[in-house]
Ligand binder design. Structure first.
Ligand SMILES: NC(=O)c1ccc[n+]([C@@H]2O[C@H](COP(=O)([O-])OP(=O)(O)OC[C@H]3O[C@@H](n4cnc5c(N)ncnc54)[C@H](OP(=O)(O)O)[C@@H]3O)[C@@H](O)[C@H]2O)c1
Length: 217
């Protein structure tokens, strides 16, 4: 599968390495232009390329790998979305740094804000709960696989992202809608920052999570 990435920092690079190892193609992009990414891309071999932001979002799956304060600027610079999947791994820290504290969305999830800024994209919240230092490690350990949580409002998009994460070796777990799952995945909520493993094969979703709305503290 071809995946475009908006950003070329730590998340972009960790994701790209894992995706390329699993046989996928990557197009990195940033706001400064593809020529600034040439040496970085060379390290990733023939499945990686540098492109414009337009090139990146022309792919069927796009990863939004920018700090929270840059999300609006990055999304506003893009051409109209045409139903591509937008994976949102961002965490909404003021200043883009945990030291800045979390942005208060008054009960919404940060990914709902992302979806509002990316009208026409199918947004799937994923990978924000995993430290990239853990993401870069082998996801399988004996019979266990590292969990990758995801949420979103398009089941089809979630299935595609779950298939992708499974191809990386992860156990995808669907936490429900962008609103409810997104809040469960937010920093400070129960699953963020923990490194969960499950016996494999594992179910992708749990009726108790997805069947009814749960209030998240
Ligand atoms: N690091 C982790 O372990 C981790 C884990 C889970 C989730 N996250 C979340 O993932 C997101 C990315 O984190 P990161 O650690 O990868 O950040 P990072 O290393 O600071 O990289 C950010 C990237 O975004 C690019 N960028 C900035 N503004 C842009 C714009 N307007 N348009 C296009 N590209 C732009 C930067 O390009 P330039 O070099 O040109 O500025 C840079 O390549 C954050 O929201 C973070 O909270 C991080």
């Amino acid at each position: 599968m071809q995946i475009g990435i908006i950003g070329a920092g730590q998340v972009a690079r960790s994701f790209a390495r894992t995706a390329i190892d699993a046989g996928h193609g990557i197009i990195f992009s940033n706001a400064r232009g593809p020529e600034t990414l040439a040496s970085q891309v060379a390290e990733f071999g023939p499945l990686a390329a540098a492109g414009s932001l337009r090139d990146a979002v022309n792919q069927p799956i796009v990863l939004l790998a920018v700090p929270w304060p840059k999300v609006e600027e990055a999304l506003r610079a893009l051409p109209a979305w045409r139903d591509q999947i937008l994976i949102d791994p961002t965490n909404a820290f003021h200043g883009g740094n945990p030291a800045g504290g979390l942005v208060d969305f008054q009960g919404d999830s940060s990914s709902e804000r992302v979806a509002a800024l990316a009208s026409g994209a199918r947004v799937v919240k994923a990978l924000n709960t995993v430290f990239m230092t853990n993401f870069a490690k082998p996801p399988a350990s004996g019979q266990l696989r590292r969990v990758a949580f995801l949420s979103g409002d398009s089941q089809d998009a979630k299935d595609t992202v779950a298939d992708l994460l499974e191809s990386f070796g992860f156990a995808p777990v669907d936490l429900g809608s962008l609103r409810d799952g997104g809040r469960i995945q937010a920093v400070g909520a129960p699953v963020a920052g923990h490194d969960f493993f499950v016996p494999w094969p594992a179910p992708r979703s749990f009726p108790a999570i997805n069947g009814e709305r749960k209030e998240v503290p």
